[in-house]
Design a protein. Structure first.
Length: 462
């Protein structure tokens, strides 16, 4: 009997096979991050692992004493003295070396030290938190990758970041250690807030009135200064139930489309940046996401299908704003900024880049000067559910490629940071200084930080 006949004759058996695929896939999605954590358990003290682990994930990138001091903005003597005097936690030491050697500092530890010394950057006082979206309708445009990396870029510099996953595919949630449809369900997403679904939240154990704000949806991640509102496939309920909801509510339609922005502004005091990963469709969720933003960055790979998709996105964006302006003039209108994504060297990409710039550059700055590279290092690190910013140089199979990818993304994100600051704050002067955190092998903690740290500790002791 052929496989086709078996499927036709035994639907229950076929469903059982599909269920086996799902169970295997879920097990693998869980085990891959655990393998990365296991490597860190072999190097570092178990107490630190237990304290730092969130959702079975852990920060594995470490910075030397010198690198940490540069990022924090203090000299090494000041930092070592603060540790000696118990003003800061004692430094971690490696567990897998015969000699006493500092393990280096994670970003979480660096940000804790920044708070102690008051060197963490903050948005200007009394200014609302900027809401920045990454959106395009075509899959593979790198919107999720760009949003993910930009959140880490900001967090590495000390900012407090909230990321909001509005895509039912929930890739961003997964990369932050959340398991869509396993540990993340409908009542953890923005859907109950947008649909004012009080019953679902109360049934899930939340107190009465929870649907009036987004507080119920905010979750911690393994990055201490990145929180997330996660997503899952049930976010599609927004599209399925929105017609019934609109029919039941007395609120003006335009206010329904601005509801997400209202909710995010309610969280604004807790963060310096709010980032949205958009959804590749046009519905109540998408319109809320677009209108929630102050700025929308649109990644545009240099290919004809991606160029066409970006034009389609702009057309739908224009039509949506036109419709809403007639219903309720004065609503928030985000600014679009385009950037070339996955750029490679070659005549074909150069030609398409010129096309993109000629079409989308109506005014200066509409297309960013910097682009994101088509780097193999992105794929290599994400295969282990981490990013280029989390890779230890000594563990990379291509240090130069990793260094180059980090530098190119840093240049792009420096420009994005300035665009956001100039547009939202009319000021770019508060950008933290650029930090060379990438990868001089001679500076890397695993290549030796013993002599410098022991000398400083002796000095501090004296």
């Amino acid at each position: 009997m052929t496989e086709k006949q078996q499927i036709q004759d035994s639907p229950d058996e076929y469903q059982a096979r599909l269920n086996k695929v799902l169970n295997r896939g879920h097990t693998m999605m869980t085990r891959i991050p655990e393998l990365a954590a296991k490597v860190q358990r072999e190097k570092h003290h178990v107490d630190w692992i237990d304290q730092a682990e969130v959702d079975s994930r852990i920060q594995k990138r470490r910075y030397t004493l010198a690198q940490a001091c540069e990022m924090i903005g203090v000299d090494s003597k000041t930092l070592v003295e603060a540790e000696r005097d118990a003003l800061l936690p004692a430094p971690d030491y490696r567990q897998d070396t015969p000699n006493r050697m500092r393990a280096g500092y994670t970003i979480n530890q660096i940000n804790h030290i920044r708070e102690h010394f008051g060197t963490a950057p903050r948005k200007p006082e009394s200014m609302p938190c900027p809401v920045v979206g990454f959106m395009n309708f075509k899959g593979g445009s790198t919107k999720t990758t760009s949003c993910h990396l930009y959140s880490q870029y900001l967090a590495m510099r000390g900012y407090r970041v909230l990321v909001v996953d509005t895509d039912p595919q929930a890739s961003l949630s997964f990369f932050f250690g959340k398991m869509p449809d396993y540990t993340v369900h409908y009542h953890h997403t923005i859907a109950p807030y947008l649909l004012e679904d009080e019953d679902s939240l109360e049934f899930a154990g939340f107190p009465p009135g929870s649907s009036q704000t987004l507080d119920y949806a905010v979750q911690k991640t393994y990055w201490s200064n990145i929180d997330i509102i996660p997503s899952c496939s049930k976010l599609l309920s927004i599209d399925l139930l929105s017609k019934s909801f609109i029919g039941l509510t007395d609120a003006p339609h335009a206010s329904l489309f601005s509801k997400l922005r209202d909710g995010l502004m309610g969280l604004s005091d807790n963060y310096d940046y709010i980032l949205l990963d958009g959804t590749p469709s046009l519905n109540l969720n998408t319109l809320n996401s677009i209108l929630a933003c102050d700025l929308v960055f649109v990644p545009t790979p240099p290919s004809m299908p991606d160029f066409s998709s970006t034009l389609y996105f702009v057309k739908l964006f224009f039509d949506a704003l036109d419709m809403l302006s007639k219903d309720s003039p004065g609503h928030n209108v985000p600014v679009l900024r385009f950037f070339i994504a996955k750029k490679q060297r070659g005549e074909t990409d150069d030609f398409m880049c010129s096309v993109i710039k000629s079409v989308f550059s109506v005014s200066d700055g509409d297309v960013l000067e910097n682009s994101s590279p088509a780097s193999r290092e992105i794929g290599k690190t994400t295969s282990y559910t981490y990013t280029i910013y989390e890779e230890n140089p000594s563990e990379s199979s291509n240090r130069n490629g990793l260094k180059r990818a980090c530098e190119e993304f840093n240049q792009l994100f420096d420009e994005m940071h300035d665009v956001v600051s100039q547009f939202c704050f009319s000021d770019i002067s508060h950008r933290p200084p650029s930090i060379d955190i990438t990868l001089d092998p001679n500076k890397h903690v695993e290549d030796g930080d013993r002599e410098e740290s022991s000398t400083l500790e002796e000095t501090a002791h004296v």
